[in-house]
Design a protein around this ligand. Structure first.
Ligand code: ADP
Ligand code: MG
Length: 229
């Protein structure tokens, strides 16, 4: 399955998102209110009280995750544009994710093309955030463990960053829905991570290509135009 994804339409969605974020947050708040009312009734047995309290905390965590993901998308921060060394960022992300990977039985295989500088223009911190989101999804796709490949390369003058996993893969319908708000197949997912990431890469004039085979794994290939010396 080979899909090249053009995301300009996605930016228009941001406006509509405020309404749907409000909706997404109202759900957990409503259930927390309900459970708090139950908890406050005097005759409740302690085991149930503890159980309901746990649900409240979970629901509030969920609301918080939605807000955090949304804010990182909608923040009207001035975009800073700097020369980003793709190799440096891959090393950074490999380090940041090391303990998460180990915890999930995932080996990180980092392969850098070093003979020439690979650069892209953008905001370094946002680019990291995008890479971390994509790589975390890769780790999460490998339920019994596996290998996360992080690789840099150059093709036709473009700097390439590859994030590949040996995880469960996606079919073409699932690939199409990537980057659309609230598409998540996870119990505790927000479905905002890929949307945030794709917007960041798009702002860098980057291209995103995705190859995936169900049951075998997925490869995200990000590529960036050459920049003037
Ligand atoms: P979340 O991680 O909160 O579910 P994301 O926007 O980060 O939200 O991802 C959306 C969905 O895309 C995930 O729930 C998952 O089903 C799918 N996905 C993303 N990356 C991969 C991958 N590398 N392998 C398989 N599925 C993936
Ligand atoms: Mg995610």
């Amino acid at each position: 399955i080979q899909e090249e994804i053009v995301r300009s339409e996605k930016l228009k969605i941001v406006g509509d998102m405020a309404a749907s974020v409000a909706h997404e947050i109202r759900n957990p708040l409503t259930s927390v209110r309900g459970f708090l009312q139950l908890i406050s009734s005097a005759e409740l047995e302690p085991a149930k009280r503890a159980y309901y309290t746990g649900i409240c905390v979970e629901e509030l965590n969920r609301a918080e995750r939605i807000i955090a993901d949304y804010l990182s998308l909608a923040k009207p921060e001035p975009e800073c544009t700097e020369r980003i060394d793709l190799n440096e960022e891959l090393v950074y992300v490999a380090n940041v994710l090391q303990s998460y990977a180990t915890y999930n039985n995932v080996d990180i295989q980092l392969t850098l093309r070093k003979e020439e500088e690979l650069l892209a223009l953008g905001d370094r911190h946002k680019f990291r955030q995008a890479l971390i989101n994509i790589s975390k999804n890769a780790v999460e796709a490998m339920e019994g463990g596996g290998t996360l490949i992080l690789r840099s390369d150059r093709r036709a003058g473009r700097g390439i960053v590859l994030v590949a996993d040996s995880g469960k893969g996606m079919d073409s319908e699932q690939i199409k829905r990537l980057g659309t708000p609230y598409y998540s197949m996870k119990d505790k997912g927000t479905g905002l991570g890929t949307m945030v990431s794709f917007n960041i890469i798009k702002k860098m004039n980057g291209k995103i290509e995705i190859d995936s085979v169900v049951g075998q794994g997925t490869e995200f290939r990000l590529s960036f135009p050459p920049i003037p010396k």
